[in-house]
Design a protein around this ligand. Structure first.
Ligand code: SF4
Length: 589
């Protein structure tokens, strides 16, 4: 994949997020007058626009550099995966403070959450365009280009190449569907029979939760409402996941066909692909796919000559908020608001986009539905396990010889996957990203399945050389950063979890901190409002249970005060004008 076209935003300004993307690109920040203009243009309160700008990390009220660089801080595509701290090397070369813009406005450098390039080595985004395979020599070249103000279009084209790395294909990746075939089958069967086929196939949502797809479509169909919507969640943000990058690029037709199929079944006329902001460089490709399908009468009015079947799809590009992968937060974002999860019930399937019945499925689920429509439910059910029909596409990265995309029938063992990807002497595997499950070698006989080792696609391998506490710390920083702040257990709890792990990693932890970690983790798990909070401490609880030494080996044997209480009372002594021995805790002065 070549992403060498560092395009303008290219987004139709019909959506508030797109308008703000364009403003951010033009001014390198969102100035107050642009917020006022956007509020007037979209007929929303200025406070809503300001809240949106504040919520999404890709928008800024302070100018960013002409070269705006974001290093991934993921454990796989992050700037710390080698021996060197690549972000700080570039910061030193360009004399930039991380998180700030250089005084001359030329460059800003910061870190961001996983950018979905975990199979490509350490990576960054420069003005939204990925550069992969970073090393010290490449950074020196980048520093020269920036210093000399060389436009991105003149940087080496090969730098923007992202090679496809499909190592194993199964049900969905082996053959491309001929555009229109799934819809033609659906027209032959009719909407009810097509829904029955999806239900009989046993297809479950591929995002991780595994809700029955046919059931979801049926609930939406039966829900009262004047208008129905189909939404594709292309906001995979789980660190370690990058399969959608490939699917959107190579299998976009199957995705769009699956969405149209769903629209035919539930009677929707409008669909949205919610594309994560980190994949904005895929937008021209997706827009071309939409145009092509219009030309082929696979989108628009009377699709393929089917009278009254009108359906169209818009792409909405997110702006750097992991929480928008949660379906109700995604819908809030689609509506031009901060992506704060809704209180559920009601669920989006009955009260979704603009309060109307809405099906939200992810990229892989829609592609699977299109294949099922063509090949039948028995074909799909023949693969996998009784509880988990079909195949799962995995993004494999970390300490293995062949990172990349692997598609397996459900039921494949962890050990088989490790053998296939060339992972040796493995210390642990994390399935499902930081929110998922940490597996020890004793569990490598377990299977990828909804009722065993479930995953939305992320499969992270950690070799023996890895410091697992550093991994936990990375995950804790991720959740503390990505918590939307709506509810206290998650907003405060994830910060405390992060601080606690920092203390332990920096040698200030004591046995008490382990107990504190346990209690805090359970509190966040049980008291938070949405799935992010419910799962944010999973990795800590898994780690404490399966790899306690990773934590305890860093603990201080004796109590050490974390701050000087006597010093903290200095201002009180000053106010009371006392400095005698009794005014000090140690009584020795
Ligand atoms: Fe936001 Fe976290 Fe609460 Fe979810 S659990 S609503 S992400 S603060």
């Amino acid at each position: 994949m070549n992403t060498s076209c560092p395009h303008s935003s290219g987004l139709p300004h019909t959506h508030l997020l797109h308008r703000l993307h364009a403003v951010q690109q033009q001014y390198r920040h969102i100035p107050p007058h642009a917020m006022q203009q956007a509020a007037a243009e979209f007929n929303v309160p200025l406070s809503q626009v300001a809240a949106v700008v504040a919520f999404y990390s890709f928008f800024s009220t302070q100018p960013r550099g002409r070269f705006d660089i974001l290093f991934s801080n993921c454990t796989s595509c992050g700037y710390l995966i080698g021996e060197h701290d690549l972000m700080h090397i570039l910061c030193e070369q360009l004399e930039v403070t991380p998180g700030e813009t250089r005084a001359d406005g030329l460059v800003s450098i910061d870190e961001t959450s996983c950018i979905g390039l975990c199979d490509q080595g350490a990576s960054l985004l420069v003005n939204g365009v990925p550069v992969t395979g970073l090393n010290a020599a490449k950074l020196t070249q980048i520093a020269h280009f920036i210093t000399d103000k060389i436009p991105l279009q003149q940087w080496p084209e090969a730098w923007f190449d992202i090679p496809d790395t499909i190592h194993r294909r199964d049900l969905l990746l082996t053959e491309h569907l001929t555009p229109g075939t799934a819809l033609q089958r659906a027209f032959q069967h009719g909407a009810s029979e097509t829904l029955a086929i999806i239900q009989q196939s046993g297809l479950r949502g591929r995002g991780g939760a595994g809700f029955d797809t046919g059931k979801k479509w049926q609930l939406c169909l039966e829900a009262p409402g004047a208008t129905r919507y189909v939404v594709c969640n292309a906001d995979e943000g789980e660190p370690g996941t990058f399969k959608d990058r490939l699917l959107l690029r190579e299998y976009a037709d199957a995705l769009l066909e699956g969405m149209a199929l769903c629209a035919f079944v539930i009677g929707a006329q409008k669909g949205f692909v919610y594309l994560r902001g980190e994949y904005r460089y895929l937008l021209p490709h997706l827009q071309t796919a939409l145009e092509r399908r219009h030309d082929q009468e696979l989108l628009g009015n009377d699709i393929l000559g089917q009278p009254g079947f009108d359906f169209d799809i818009d792409i909405v590009v997110g702006a750097g908020a992991y929480i928008c992968g949660e379906e109700s937060a995604l819908i809030e974002s689609l509506e031009g608001k901060p992506g704060i999860p809704r209180i559920r019930p009601p669920f989006p399937v009955t009260h979704g986009y603009r309060g109307q019945p809405t099906v939200v499925n992810n990229v892989e689920t829609f592609i699977a539905a299109a294949h099922i429509a063509v090949r039948g439910s028995s074909w799909f059910k023949a693969a996998g396990t009784p509880s988990s029909a079909g195949s799962k596409i995995l993004s494999i990265s970390g300490d293995c010889e062949k990172p990349g995309i692997y598609e397996y029938p459900f039921g494949v063992s962890i050990q088989q996957i490790l053998d296939d990807c060339g992972a040796h002497n493995v210390q642990a595997v994390q399935t499902g990203g930081p929110a998922g499950t940490l597996l020890s070698p004793a569990e490598f006989g377990r299977a990828i399945a909804f009722d065993d080792a479930a995953t939305g696609g992320s499969f992270l391998v950690f070799g023996q050389q890895r410091d697992l506490l550093a991994i936990h710390r990375n995950f804790a920083h991720f959740f503390a950063h990505e918590s939307c702040g709506f509810c206290t257990p998650c907003r405060i709890g994830t910060q405390l979890l992060k601080n606690n792990l920092d203390n332990i990693a920096e040698g200030r932890g004591m046995a008490y901190d382990i107990e504190e970690l346990q209690q805090l983790s359970r509190l966040i798990q049980h008291q938070s409002h949405c799935g992010l909070g419910h799962t944010a401490a999973n990795h800590v609880l898994d780690g404490l249970r399966k790899f306690p030494h990773a934590f305890t080996s860093h603990l201080q044997p004796h109590f050490t005060a974390r701050f000087d209480l006597d010093q903290a009372l200095a201002s009180a002594r000053q106010i009371t004008q006392r400095n005698d021995a009794d005014a000090h805790l140690d009584n020795e002065r």
